[in-house]
Ligand binder design. Structure first.
Ligand code: MEV
Length: 330
C-alpha cells in the first residue's frame, strides 16, 4: 500500500492538568471527535500538505522540509511528524498529505495531538513500516514536544494513541487504561478558544517565582488525582464530584480559570451538578460537570443560558477508540 488513512480521537482532561506538565499523574478520556490524515506517497520529491483551513496547499521539497527548523503554525505538527517519521524510518520520500477533522479543534479538545498521532500511523502504513502503539506514542510525543517547545505532558498524545479512559503519568510515561463503564459528564464550551502554551508558560513562571507555593498546589492536585482514580473506578460519584470542585479550586489558585469558565461552573453547580471544573489549560475552552439522570438536562440548560457569549454544550462520545486505520471521507 502506498496510501493510507488513519484517524485519532480528541481528548478531555478529567483531573490533573498543569500538574501533569511537572510529571504528576492525570486522568484523561478520549473523545470521538476524530481527526483523519491521508498519506499518499508519490514518486517525485515534493511534499504537498492540504489542510481544511487553507484553499491552497503548502508545497515544499523533501529537502526543504528535512532542513527546516520551524514551520507555520497551521502545519507545524504535521510537518514535524513527517520529519520525525523519516528520521525513524531512515528514508525520506515525496507525498501528498490531507487532513480532515470533526469538531475537536473548535472546542480545544485536542486536534494537534490527534493530527500528529494519525499522521504517524498513516505514514507508517503507507511506507510498509509497521509501528506498534508504544512506538506510535513515542514518536508522536517527541513530535509534540518539539512542535510545542517542550512544555507538554503527552496526556493528549496518550489519549489519541490508546483511546479509552486513562491514568497517565508523564514522568514515567505510564499509560494505564481504566475500566470505566460510564462517565456521566456534561461538557460546556466557554465560547472562547484557549491558548494552551500561554497558560502553561504562565504556570511555569509562577513555579519559578514561587516554587514552594506552586509545588504545594501541584502535589495537592496529584493527591486529588490519586483519589479520583479510585472514585472513578468505584463509580463513587459523590466523591468524584467533590474532587472536581477541589481540583477547580487549585486551578483557580494557579490563576488559569477565567470569569467565563467560573460562570459556567457555577451555573452547573447551582443547577445540581455533583461537581464541576475547567478541563485543559484554562483561559477558555471547556468545563466538565458531573451529573446524574435527573440533573443532566437542568445543567445543560443552565450552561447554554448562563449569559456567557458563545457558551454551549458539546456532546462527543467519551472513552473513544484510539488511533486506527480509517476511510477518507470526501
Ligand atoms: C492542557 O490541556 C493540559 C496541560 O496540563 C498541558 C499538558 O499536560 O500538556 C495544561
Amino acid at each position: 500500500m502506498t496510501s493510507a488513512t488513519a484517524s485519532a480521537p480528541g481528548k478531555l482532561m478529567l483531573f490533573g492538568e498543569h500538574a501533569a506538565v511537572y510529571g504528576h499523574p492525570c486522568l484523561v478520556t478520549a473523545v470521538d471527535f476524530r481527526t483523519r490524515v491521508l498519506v499518499r506517497r508519490s514518486e517525485d520529491k515534493s511534499v504537498v500538505l492540504r489542510i481544511p483551513s487553507r484553499p491552497e496547499p503548502f508545497v515544499l521539497t523533501v529537502d526543504e522540509l528535512q532542513g527546516a527548523n520551524s514551520f507555520p503554525g497551521e502545519i507545524r505538527f504535521l510537518a514535524t511528524a513527517i520529519k520525525k517519521f523519516w528520521g525513524h524510518a531512515g528514508e525520506t520520500f515525496g507525498m501528498e498529505v490531507r487532513t480532515q477533522s470533526d469538531l475537536a479543534h473548535s472546542f480545544g479538545l485536542g486536534s494537534s495531538s490527534a493530527v500528529t498521532v494519525a499522521a504517524i500511523k498513516a505514514l507508517s502504513e503507507a511506507s510498509h513500516h509497521p509501528l506498534d502503539l508504544d512506538l506510535v506514542f513515542r514518536l508522536s510525543y517527541e513530535t509534540v514536544r518539539e512542535a510545542q517547545t517542550g512544555l507538554a505532558s503527552g496526556f493528549d498524545v496518550a489519549a489519541a494513541t490508546f483511546g479509552g479512559t486513562l491514568y497517565y503519568v508523564a514522568e514515567t510515561r505510564l499509560v494505564q487504561p481504566l475500566d470505566i463503564q460510564e462517565l456521566p459528564l456534561v461538557i460546556g464550551y466557554s465560547g472562547r478558544k484557549a491558548n494552551t502554551v500561554e497558560y502553561v508558560k504562565q504556570v511555569r513562571t509562577l513555579s519559578q517565582t514561587h516554587p514552594q507555593l506552586a509545588g504545594g498546589i501541584m502535589r495537592h492536585i496529584a493527591s486529588i488525582v490519586a483519589k479520583a482514580k479510585v472514585g472513578l473506578e468505584r463509580q463513587d460519584w459523590a466523591q468524584v464530584g467533590l474532587l472536581m470542585d477541589l481540583n477547580q479550586a487549585d486551578l483557580q489558585a494557579l490563576g488559569v480559570s477565567t470569569h467565563e469558565l467560573d460562570s459556567l461552573i457555577y451555573a452547573a453547580r447551582t443547577n445540581g451538578a455533583l461537581g464541576a471544573k475547567l478541563s485543559g489549560a484554562g483561559g477558555g475552552d471547556c468545563i466538565i460537570a458531573l451529573v446524574d439522570g435527573e440533573t443532566r438536562t437542568p445543567v445543560e440548560k443552565a450552561i447554554a443560558q448562563c449569559g456567557v457569549a458563545g457558551a454551549q454544550v458539546v456532546s462527543p462520545g467519551l472513552g473513544a477508540e484510539g488511533v486506527r486505520l480509517d476511510q477518507w471521507r470526501e
